[in-house]
Design a protein around this ligand. Sequence first.
Ligand code: M6R
Length: 365
Amino acid sequence: DKGNHRHFMLKEIYEQPDAISHTVSHYLDLANGKVKLPAKLPFDFKSLNRLTISACGTAFYAGLVAKYWFEKYARLPVEVDVASEFRYREPPMDADGLALFISQSGETADTLAALRYCKAQGQHIASIVNAQESTIARESDIVFPIQCGPEISVASTKATTAQLSVLASLAIAAGRQRGTISEAEEFELVDMLAKLPGAITKALASEDKIDQISHALSKADDVLYLGRGSLFPIALEGALKLKEITYIHAEGYASGELKHGPIALIDETLPVVVVAPSDQLFDKTISNMHEVAARGGKIILITDEAGAKSAGDDVSEIIIVPDAHEFVMPIICAIPVQLLAYHTAVFMGTDVDQPRNLAKSVTVE
Ligand code: M6R
């Protein structure tokens, strides 16, 4: 049932404040500002020497964001790969590694094959799934459910932000066990996750503005998405969402890679979506935007108030996200990229919930 919404995708986009609030309530002890995992871990983060994450599509991008979090807050080396590559390259794996699989459906063939490979390599097996009765869940030593309710739209939205919320909680838990964050830091990070539903509600308020921007975007043949750090995977996610439901060619790049190739594409016909809240590296993003604007590229900037103030004249359109710490920004910035793809698709009249050639669950290679 779509309720009052025209599409399941929009319904699921709007379910995110509640979904995340539900998800984090299973992973956090909000009264005491601590992480409280729903099950006892069959391994100890302290003795792990590596975390290996495998997944496909959007779930892979969630894993890429998690790499930034686990490395920064838990000082744990992380490898992330798409499951279809991982499973065939026979990577060597040391004992005391944790292998983590992210899958909404829990049935994705490549992700399952990667899981079985890691099991044969003696890794601890954990999964983050929505479907708790799924094969991936059954074959894991420990399952972290995302608790967001069924997701019907082929383009994943609420499952993605719920996966990210679980990953963020796990990164804090890992940091505490490994002694890389203090109790006070844990308290602050938990508080940021607790405030996410409110921040997401604020991010959803940009919908009308995004709807207007989408009309021009629908005329493009190609769109470039740029982001740095933990927002780089959100640029990839924005490009994937746009491709999936509008069939417009889009690519995500790390902003620093602009000069190493994609800048050759820039002309007046190429919109560039820059996902960049103000941070220590914002100056570098400003200079990237300048390079784009100097070649006639039209910039759509997703940023916070401070970023909007310092962005200058190079930017054609600005989508404001609420101010927040960089830790939670990837989850907040996922919202405008979902809405941008959604409204562009609606404007173009494509089949939003059932895009051509795609299936919700990819159970064959
Ligand atoms: O069920 P899974 O999370 O394992 O699915 C993985 C991908 O097929 C999925 O995320 C796909 O990329 C979505 N259509 C993204 O919107």
